[in-house]
Design a binder for this molecule. Structure first.
Ligand code: DSN
Length: 419
């Protein structure tokens, strides 16, 4: 019999075990991470990884695609139901690939793209100079206002001045609600296409807890692994008449063979998200975010925009004597995993930053609720107060491990989860 991973490759197995322990013993507050179900893990680790399937179901460049065709059709059907999307391509390997495909379909090199500035919460693929979206296209950016909210008047003014071919909504670190209808009216006024990158809020969108980008947007992209709680990957959706161009932009435009095991895992995750329990989960994510934000405000922290409407918030540490990097390191030693993040009007480099991004999707998947989240806010404040005291941080880490022991992780602790 073929040996399993532990026997075949003890070196890699040991690393996977270490990561498993880390995921179990740490509090995961990275807003873009989550824990997938055992079913999603199984699909992602299935034999579908062996199959090449360039093309689309029913129109492939390889033989033997009859079963992967079925699974891609399930994924497409479920995604269209979830998002109310007229069309979808479930093959993008990531959100970045999904956005790249939209640009390839919608823009000619040098045409103008208007997106949210990276340091104001936007994503690299929304026209950052370091990304192909900023190199191949003429990228211009809107920003948040002094309170941290998108200033629609200034978006309109910029759109009139810059005449973009496409306007991009969506962000990696924006704690407030997107008004897609208002962006549509701006796009219509200047004759622009409208893309919503809902990667962060996808789980809220599909449960009706954030406004839907449809029917306002021409294109909608998302990752599948954040609030949507699926495998790492992306999908790209569009109005029906734009799908042909979008499909060609994914393959052969920017990708080769799709990852059929990941597409199967996407299908499983979409099936989970269609169930009523997923709405209960998404509502709990929001409730936990409110509790975390309020408790951090009680501890005297500044939050960009003063709070949150969604699953994430941004601690603004500009007035503190330590950086986002310092905070990330200290919290890491206390068993609390976060990521440093730029804040609006950032003065430090992206490797240092003056902010920390916090999110509740993963904690909520473990079954943690307001009592635990409030305790976590207290630990965050305590750890940052004692950031230079390794013993104090180690004591918090031990308390964190105790809390985590009571909250099994789907996929990691399957035998300890209630059936
Ligand atoms: N890097 C992702 C995030 O953490 O939000 C966005 O793609």
């Amino acid at each position: 019999m073929t040996p399993n991973l532990a026997a075949a490759d003890p070196e890699v197995w040991a690393i996977v075990e270490q990561e498993t322990r880390r995921q179990r013993d740490h509090l995961e507050l990275i807003a873009s991470e989550n824990y997938v179900s055992t079913a999603v893990l199984e699909a992602a680790g299935s034999v579908l990884t062996n199959k090449y399937a360039e093309g689309l179901p029913g129109k492939r460049y390889y033989g033997g695609c009859e079963f992967v065709d079925l699974v891609e059709d399930v994924a497409r059907r479920r995604a269209m139901t979830l998002f109310g999307a007229p069309g979808v391509n479930v093959q993008p390997h990531s959100g970045a690939q999904a956005n790249g495909a939209v640009y390839l379909a919608a823009l000619k090199p040098g045409e103008t793209l208007l997106g949210l500035d990276l340091s104001n919460g936007g994503h690299l693929t929304h026209g950052s100079a370091a990304n192909s979206s900023g190199k191949l296209y003429r990228a211009v950016h809107y920003r948040v206002d002094s309170r941290g909210f998108i200033d629609l008047d200034s978006v309109r003014e910029m759109a009139r001045r810059e005449q973009p071919r496409i306007i991009v909504t969506g962000a990696s670190a924006y704690p407030r609600t997107w008004d897609f209808a208002a962006f549509r009216s701006i796009a219509d006024e200047v004759g622009a296409l409208l893309l919503a990158d809902v990667a962060h809020v996808a789980g809220l969108v599909v449960t009706g807890l954030h406004p839907s980008p449809f029917p306002h947007c021409d294109y909608v992209t998302t990752t599948t692994h954040k609030t949507l709680r699926g495998p790492r990957g992306g999908i790209a959706m569009a109005r029906a008449e734009l799908m042909k161009g979008l499909n060609s932009a994914v393959f052969p435009g920017s990708q080769g063979g799709p990852l059929m095991h990941v597409i199967a895992a996407k299908a499983v995750a979409f099936g989970e998200a269609l169930r009523p329990e997923f709405r209960t989960y998404a509502a709990a994510v929001l409730e936990n975010a409110q509790v975390l934000a309020h408790r951090l405000l009680e501890h005297g922290f500044d939050l960009v925009s003063g709070g949150t409407d969604n699953h994430l918030m941004l601690l603004d540490l500009s007035s503190r004597p330590y950086s986002g990097k310092d905070a990330e390191e200290a919290l890491g030693r206390a068993g609390i995993t976060v990521n440093k993040n730029t804040v609006p009007n950032e003065k430090r480099s992206p490797f240092v930053t003056s902010g920390v991004r916090l999110g509740t999707p993963a904690l909520t998947t473990r079954g943690m609720g307001p009592a635990e989240v409030s305790r976590i806010a207290d630990w965050i404040a305590e750890a940052l107060d004692h950031r230079d005291d390794p013993e104090h941080l180690a004591r918090i880490a031990a308390e964190v491990r105790d809390l985590c022991a009571g909250f099994p992780v789907p996929g990691l602790d399957r035998e300890r989860l209630p059936s």
